[in-house]
Design a protein around this ligand. Structure first.
Ligand SMILES: [Zn+2]
Length: 415
C-alpha cells in the first residue's frame, strides 16, 4: 500500500552549535487535513520531565504562516519550567478537509547530558530524535493530545510525512539521520548534510566522531556509524538480522537504514529508517530493526495501544534471536496486554506485560494457528495498514480466519 497522497510535507533544518549541545531548528509544514480543523497541534517531546531533568528541552520561537492567528501552549504533562508539552497553532479560519495550510516554526533544542533518552550529548556524539515539534494528527481521528509520560515509553502518534531534512554540523563530525545523509558542503568550519524520505512519521539525527561502514541488503542501503568499535561487525550483524526479518515480514520498508552506535546507555530507540543504538547486543539490534515494520511502516497510537508496536517488535525479535523459547503457561494471568501506557503503575509492569507477555502471546498464537498461516496473516496486516495508523481492530481483521490465534489474543487481553 502506498502512502496517502495528501500526507503532510515537512522540511526540517537543524544546526548543531559548536558547543555540541544546542540545536537551532526550523520546521516547515504543509498540512492538508482529512477532517476540518481550526488549529494545528504539535508535541514538544523534549519537555517531558525526565528529559528536562537531564538538561534537555525545546523552546519554540516564531511561528509564521498566512493562516496563523496565534499560538498557545498546553502543559500536557511537561516539566513546569518549559513552555509546555503541546504547541497549538490557532488558524484564522476553519481549514476544511482537503484544503491545505503552511506553517513555519522556529525552535531551539537543548541536549542534556548523555543518558538513555532521545536527546543527549557526550564527548563522542550529539543525538536527537523527535527533536522538532511533532505534528500530532491521526487521519480519521484528529489531533491527539495524550500527555507526555514520565517513563521511557513513548506516547506520540504522528502521520507518515513526506520529509526533507538538512543538518549543519561542526566540521570533522559525521552525520547519520533518517533517510540517509549526504554531505553537500564543507566550508572548513561547518558541514551540511541532507536527506529525503517519502514517508517518515518522525526523524532522528546523530552527529559524532564515527567510524563508518556501508553495505546493502537487496535494495536497502545500510549505513552504520560506531565511535570506538569495528563498524564492520555491526554492519554484518545488521545485515543478517534485516535479511532474516524480511523472510517473515516482507521487504524492508525504507530505502536506507542508518544506525548510530551511541555509548552503552542501555537499549535502543527506533525511528523511521534510523536507530539510536545504546546497547551492543543482538537482541536490542534485532528488536529495533523489527520496529521498522511495526511502528515505522505500520504506525499505532503509542499511548493507547503500545502493544501494537512493542509486543510485535519483541515477538519479531524472538523469532530471529530465539527468545523466548518456551510458551509461558501463565499467559492468562497478569495484566491485559492491550492496556494503555498510562494504566501501568510501573515501568516493570509495562515491560513485563507489553513486551514479555505480549510477545509470548503472539508466539503462542502463531503455534496455535499454524506458523505459515499466522505469518501470512501478519503480512496481510502489514500490507493493509502500511503508512497508516493501525488499531487493534486491524489485527483482529487480519487474523479473522484464524480463530485459534484470536482466542489467544483475547485470553491475554490484547483484544
Ligand atoms: Zn521497542
Amino acid at each position: 500500500m502506498q502512502p496517502d497522497a495528501d500526507r503532510p510535507v515537512i522540511d526540517l533544518r537543524f544546526e548543531l552549535d559548536v558547543d555540541t549541545s544546542t540545536v537551532t531548528g526550523t520546521e516547515k509544514v504543509r498540512f492538508s487535513p482529512d477532517l476540518s480543523t481550526d488549529e494545528l497541534v504539535f508535541r514538544l517531546t523534549a519537555n517531558q520531565p525526565l528529559s528536562v531533568a537531564a538538561g534537555s528541552s525545546i523552546e519554540v520561537g516564531d511561528v509564521t504562516g498566512d493562516d496563523v492567528a496565534d499560538v498557545v501552549y498546553e502543559p500536557a504533562g511537561a516539566a513546569e519550567s518549559t513552555q509546555g508539552g503541546l504547541l497549538v497553532v490557532r488558524l484564522r479560519a476553519e481549514l476544511q478537509a482537503g484544503q491545505s495550510t503552511e506553517v513555519s516554526i522556529e525552535f531551539e533544542l537543548a541536549l542534556g547530558t548523555g543518558t538513555f533518552d532521545r536527546f543527549g550529548y557526550d564527548a563522542q556524539t550529539s543525538w536527537w530524535g523527535t527533536g522538532h515539534p511533532l505534528l500530532a494528527w491521526e487521519p480519521g481521528q484528529g489531533w491527539l493530545r495524550d500527555p507526555l509520560v514520565d517513563t521511557l515509553g513513548e506516547t506520540a502518534t504522528s502521520p507518515a510525512a513526506e520529509t526533507t531534512m538538512s543538518v549543519v554540523a561542526p566540521a570533522g563530525r559525521t552525520v547519520l539521520m533518517t533517510g540517509g545523509a549526504v554531505q553537500v558542503s564543507d566550508d572548513g568550519q561547518r558541514t551540511r548534510w541532507e536527506s529525503s524520505s517519502p514517508a517518515a512519521r518522525d526523524v532522528s539525527v546523530a552527529v559524532g566522531d564515527f567510524m563508518m561502514a556501508e553495505g546493502s541488503v537487496g535494495d536497502t542501503r545500510l549505513i552504520v556509524g560506531a565511535p570506538d568499535e569495528d563498524p564492520g561487525q555491526l554492519l554484518d550483524r545488521t545485515s543478517a538480522a534485516l535479511a532474516a526479518m524480511e523472510g517473515y515480514f516482507g521487504e524492508f520498508p525504507f530505502d536506507t537504514l542508518s544506525i548510530a552506535r551511541l555509548g552503552d546507555y542501555g537499549g535502543g530507540i527506533e525511528y523511521p529508517g534510523m536507530i539510536l543504538l545504546a546497547d551492543g547486543g543482538d537482541v536490542t539490534l534485532t528488536h529495533e530493526i523489527a520496529h521498522m515494520w511495526f511502528y515505522g511502516m505500520v504506525g499505532g497510537n503509542q499511548a493507547l495501544d503500545p502493544w501494537l508496536d512493542e509486543s510485535f517488535a519483541t515477538y519479531a525479535e524472538s523469532l530471529i534471536t530465539g527468545r523466548p523459547g518456551e510458551p509461558d503457561p501463565a499467559l492468562e494471568d497478569g495484566l491485559d496486554v492491550g492496556l494503555p501506557i498510562g494504566e501501568f503503575s510501573s515501568a516493570n509492569a509495562y515491560f513485563d506485560t507489553v513486551y514479555g507477555k505480549g510477545s509470548v502471546m503472539l508466539n503462542v498464537a502463531r503455534m496455535e494457528a499454524g506458523p505459515p498461516q499466522f505469518d501470512a496473516a501478519l503480512r496481510c496486516y502489514l500490507n493493509a495498514n502500511a503508512w497508516q495508523i493501525a488499531a487493534p481492530a486491524d489485527v483482529e481483521t487480519a487474523l479473522g480466519e484464524l480463530p485459534a490465534a484470536l482466542a489467544v489474543l483475547r485470553e491475554a487481553g490484547a483484544l
